[in-house]
Design a protein around this ligand. Sequence first.
Ligand code: FAQ
Length: 311
Amino acid sequence: DYGERLAEFEARIARGEKIEPGDWMPAEYRRQLIRMISQHAHSEWVGMLPEGAWITRAPSLRRKLILLAKVQDEAGHGQYLYHAAETLGVSREEMVAALLEGRAKYSNIFNYPTLTWADIGIIGWLVDGMAIKNQTMLAQCSYGPYSRAMVRICAEETFHHKQGKEAVLLYAKGSPKQRRMVQDALNRWWWPTLMMAGPHDSDSPHSPLLLRWGIKTKTNDQIRQEFLNEHVPELLEAGLVPPDPELRYDEGTGNWVHGPIPWDEFWKVINGEGPMNRHRLAARRRAHEEGHWVREAMEAHALRRLAQAAD
Ligand code: FAQ
């Protein structure tokens, strides 16, 4: 009976149908989606912090407005994603507790400090650039609520990407000091950005099952390659040089080929030992504690409305 259900489930995915919340699904499909979607939601929420640190220090009112809107978008993305995960039967409280207690993962990239304003441009262009490659792929995924959230999120990320590219290109043709700042930001964010796509396919334990069930529709290395092929020529054209002496264009495949990625750093960062991990979690815990009275007030209000409705 399980075998028949599984065959029908896999046939639906093969036909390109979306799996919806009430539909039958293998327990492992549900578990994998909860893991990925909640990690993704946490990334959006922690992802507000590196950029949020620059809202009060943006170099102009225009840049401040753009940054405020961007950080607010990330909060919204976190909300859609927590809701998408809730459709699988996990509660918001459980997910948030896992993050705050340090049991959950979130993207490696948000565990680095934003040292100068140029970092904000590089995050918009490159970090969002990688996020878009990953999320355009996830918009095709087999689980309806996740794929629909991705369509909306990708539309907003496209603005983030454009504003980042504009800010970087401005500095790249600016004063010598601005050019140094933006090259320095590129040097620091380059490898962590390449790591964002996840370990090489040969070291990615979840990929085979995720691909089989259409949760992922491309591999980590494919996404990284798409990112490189789009961004390397544009960076070079702007006079910026990725900090990889082995980076080269391969005529045969039409691909940009990178040198060895410092994976030791990646494994440390995703296991809580990056430069800003403790700081990021402390900031999320503080925000959670400071929001306690809002949750309490909302609950009191909801109870009063229920009591009124019962009268
Ligand atoms: N960071 O077997 P795989 C954004 C872990 S959104 C941390 O290859 P999988 C927007 C992985 O969890 C960015 N951990 O895993 C924004 C697993 O550990 P586990 C977030 C990572 O799932 C922009 C282990 O390594 N996006 O940036 C990472 O097949 C600007 C083995 O790896 C998403 O979360 C990593 N980078 O592929 C916001 C997208 N990579 O769980 C603000 C959804 C791997 O067994 C400002 N997720 N690990 O303990 C995905 O697409 C996938 O989960 C991958 C990883 C591709 C991230």
